[in-house]
Design a protein around this ligand. Structure first.
Ligand code: PEP
Length: 250
């Protein structure tokens, strides 16, 4: 859709070393990305400053998580204002790994989203159902519940700074990519929900990106779906083919 700039995020998760990340960023810098697609990479927090320094704009940097408070006795956490201080533009929030392993409830994700936006960060907000939930036919209920917590917590104008990532849990890191039809169906439903719950303007302008076993081979067909505005890429963002994914809408 020409009204929505294609967006590709690379989520390195807890992978990499100083040397390996330096190589990845060099590769990305040499890829000749023309700025037609918005590209954002999310290294582990210890490498954020290294990536920020080495990555050539217009590519941008995201943290993989943040806390709600600005500062204080929260050992191990990073605040939105610290990310802003380090010139980090984006933060991923609500990733399924954080929801399932680190206690990120719908409410906690919504509160983190509000805090991040209030500090001027942009947010890649992740939602998605598990395999069991899809089999029980409650895919949209689950995605709506996760989104509703955020809709209740932020204002209409805030949505401008959010990219919504639909990441079915059954597709993350499994090699089981959603079919273009499966992804398109949920993306269209999410857009419709936003139109009713938030505003038509937000529904029409928000980028809804797909995540879950996207690779250099399957990205082109997914990118052609009318409501798929980009990707959040885990495993393949650590490989040279990430560049092909960044160019999948060209
Ligand atoms: C992710 O972690 O956001 C993700 C989509 O992972 P993968 O591409 O490895 O499935």
């Amino acid at each position: 859709n020409p009204n929505r700039k294609f967006f590709v995020g690379g989520n390195f998760k807890m992978n990499g070393t100083v040397d390996m990340i330096s190589e990845l960023i060099n590769h990305l810098n040499k890829a000749g990305l023309d700025g037609k697609t918005e590209v954002v990479v999310a290294p582990p927090s210890i490498y954020l400053l290294q990536v920020k320094e080495k990555l050539t704009p217009p590519a941008q940097v995201a943290a993989q998580n943040c806390y709600t408070a600005d500062s204080g006795a929260y050992t191990g956490e990073i605040s939105p204002s610290q990310l802003v201080d380090a010139n980090i533009e984006w933060v991923i929030l609500g990733h399924s790994e954080r929801r399932s392993m680190f206690g990120d409830t719908d409410k906690f994700v919504a509160d983190k989203t509000k805090a991040a936006l209030a500090n001027g960060l942009k947010v890649i907000l992740c939602v998605g159902e598990t395999k069991e939930e899809r089999e029980k036919d409650i895919t949209m209920e689950v995605n709506e519940r996760q989104l509703e917590a955020v809709a209740r917590t932020i204002e209409e104008k805030d949505w401008e700074h959010i990219v919504l990532a639909y990441e079915p849990v059954w597709a993350i890191g499994t090699g089981l990519v959603a079919s273009p039809e499966q992804a398109q169906e949920v993306h269209a439903d999410l857009r419709q929900w936003l139109g009713q719950r938030v505003s038509q303007k937000v529904a029409d302008s928000i980028r809804i990106i797909y995540g879950g076993s996207v690779n250099g081979k399957n990205c082109k067909e997914l990118a052609q779906q009318p409501d798929i505005d980009g990707f959040l890429v885990g495993g393949a963002s650590l490989k040279p083919e990430f560049v092909d994914i960044c160019k999948s809408a060209d």
